[in-house]
Design a protein around this ligand. Structure first.
Ligand code: IPD
Length: 260
C-alpha cells in the first residue's frame, strides 16, 4: 500500500467517525430508542450498535471496495487490507447513559496495524494515529505518562464473562499487593486511549477481541506505549490478552498480569 493510499484511508476514517458519532449520539440522547437486548450476562446490545456498524460498512464498501471489513456485530474475515470496527465500545456504559463509550475504526495492512481513529462523541474526544506519524487527541499531540513506579501507577483492568472471575480477581489482587491503584472504566478501547493520553498508566485484560483494540493499539503505540504482540496467532479472528502501558512499567505488569 502506498503512503497516499494509506492517507486516503486515514482521512476517510476521520470523516466516517464524525458521521458515525452523530448517528450514535442521536440514539444515546434518546434513551427510549436504544432497543436494548442482552447477548449474555453483561453483554449488551443496542439498536445503535447495528445501525452504526451498518453505516460504516456501507460507506467503507463504497469508498474502498477491495478492502475487507470485520465488525463486532457482523463478523467478517481478514485480508491484506482490513478494517476492524467496533460500532460502540463500552456498550454497557452507553446503555446506562454513561458517557464513557466510543466508536472504534482500525485499519491493518498485511496484518500490521496502520490507522486508528477512536471517537468518543459524548466526551467530545477524537483520538487518531497513523503508524509512524504520532498520535493526537482532538488534533493535539499526545504521549504516555512517565510512570515508572507501580506504587504510583493507575492501572485499568478490563473484564468480561469470557474469562473466569477467579482469574480476573487474581490479577486484581496481585495489582493491589504491588501497590497499584486498580480500576475499570467499561471501554477497553478508551482504556488504551487513556494510556496514550497519559491520564492512565496501564490497561490490561486477559482476553479482548480485535475490534476492541485494533484502532487503539495504533494510537497507544504512536503515543509511546508498550503494547504486547496482540495480533499474534489467531488474534484477529479470536482475540488475545492485551497489555498496554508505559514502557517503564512493562516488566512489572507482565509479572502481575501474566501477559507477555
Ligand atoms: C467490551 C468493553 C469492555 C471490555 C470487554 C469488551 P463492548 O466491549 O470494551 O471494557 O472489558 O472485553 O468486550 O461489548 O462494550 O463492545
Amino acid at each position: 500500500m502506498t503512503p497516499t493510499e494509506r492517507d486516503l484511508r486515514y482521512y476517510a476514517a476521520l470523516g466516517l467517525a464524525a458521521e458515525a458519532s452523530h448517528l450514535a449520539l442521536s440514539y444515546f440522547n434518546k434513551r427510549e430508542s436504544l432497543g436494548i437486548t442482552m447477548k449474555g450476562a453483561q453483554d449488551w446490545l443496542t439498536v445503535a450498535d447495528g445501525k452504526v456498524e451498518d453505516f460504516l460498512r456501507s460507506r467503507l464498501s463504497e469508498l474502498f471496495p477491495n478492502d475487507s471489513v470485520i465488525g463486532e456485530e457482523g463478523g467478517g474475515r481478514a485480508s491484506d487490507a482490513v478494517w476492524i470496527l467496533d460500532p460502540i465500545d463500552g456498550t454497557a456504559n452507553f446503555a446506562h447513559g454513561d458517557r464513557n463509550w466510543c466508536i472504534s475504526i482500525g485499519f491493518l495492512a498485511n496484518r500490521e496495524p496502520e490507522i486508528g481513529v477512536v471517537a468518543a462523541p459524548a466526551l467530545g474526544e477524537v483520538y487518531a494515529a497513523r503508524r509512524g506519524a504520532g498520535a493526537t487527541l482532538n488534533g493535539d499531540a499526545i504521549k504516555v505518562s512517565g510512570a515508572a513506579d507501580i506504587a504510583r501507577a493507575s492501572v485499568e483492568l478490563g473484564w468480561s464473562t469470557r474469562i473466569p472471575a477467579a482469574s480476573y480477581l487474581k490479577v486484581i489482587e496481585r495489582g493491589y499487593a504491588a501497590g497499584a491503584a486498580v480500576r475499570r472504566g467499561g471501554s477497553g478501547t478508551l482504556g488504551l486511549c487513556h494510556v496514550a493520553h497519559g491520564s492512565s498508566d496501564a490497561y490490561a485484560e486477559l482476553h479482548i477481541n480485535a475490534w476492541d483494540v485494533a484502532a487503539a493499539i495504533v494510537i497507544a503505540r504512536e503515543a509511546g506505549a508498550h503494547v504486547n504482540d496482540f495480533f499474534a496467532g489467531e488474534g484477529i479472528a479470536r482475540g488475545n490478552p492485551i497489555l498496554c502501558c508505559t514502557p517503564a512499567l512493562a516488566e512489572r505488569l507482565k509479572e502481575i498480569t501474566g501477559i507477555v
